[in-house]
Design a protein around this ligand. Structure first.
Ligand code: SLL
Length: 169
């Protein structure tokens, strides 16, 4: 477990949430959603966009070289509020009525020898900084409210085996 001295390796990723209000048509509501829920949402960790596939879906850089699993800690109002996601896509899909802070804990690949790291994401269900009139339009058109952040993880003086994994050696 020798470390590569004087070396920092940076790996970019994105994390965040996307939320859409339920359709006003009751028959279109998710059947499993409690009656006080208003939105469907997803909170996620993924790589950075690196292109687009033939059918138009974005392609993200591969984070599994360094990221082993991700734990999402939801608000206590959720049953089983601690959600461990063991393989990609690293995301939780849920329904709800309120905004809250999600604790996102990163578990790195075992060969890294790195301790888990946690960050926070504020789940957004409502558009921020728009007028009430605009907010109505967002709701009517059921526009997705997205809150996505770019971040980098720094591996400082990584152990040699992990350095090789990260650099494709
Ligand atoms: C608030 N601080 O009071 C926030 C808490 C909690 C959100 C929001 C549903 C949970 C369930 C849900 O949306 N919780 O399934 O009961 O606004």
């Amino acid at each position: 477990t020798k470390r590569v001295r004087g070396t920092q390796i940076y790996r970019p990723f994105t994390f965040g949430s996307e939320a859409i209000p339920f359709s006003p048509d009751p028959s279109q509501r998710p059947r499993d959603a409690p009656s006080d829920h208003t939105h469907r949402w997803r909170v996620f960790v993924r790589g950075v966009p690196i292109g687009t596939s033939a059918n138009g879906t974005p392609i993200y850089s591969d984070v599994t070289h360094w990221l082993r699993k991700v734990q999402f800690k939801l608000h206590d109002t959720y049953a089983n509020s601690v959600r461990m996601v063991e393989s990609p896509p690293f995301q939780v899909e849920e329904t709800g009525w309120g905004e809250f802070e999600v604790a996102i804990k990163f578990y790195f690949v075992p060969e890294s020898g790195e301790k888990p790291q946690q960050l926070w994401h504020a789940l957004k269900l409502h558009p921020y900084g728009v007028s009430p009139e605009e907010a109505e339009v967002w709701k009517r058109e059921r526009r997705a409210v997205k809150s996505i952040c770019y971040e980098e993880v720094v591996f400082s003086e990584p152990v040699e085996g992990f350095y090789d994994v990260l650099t494709g050696g």
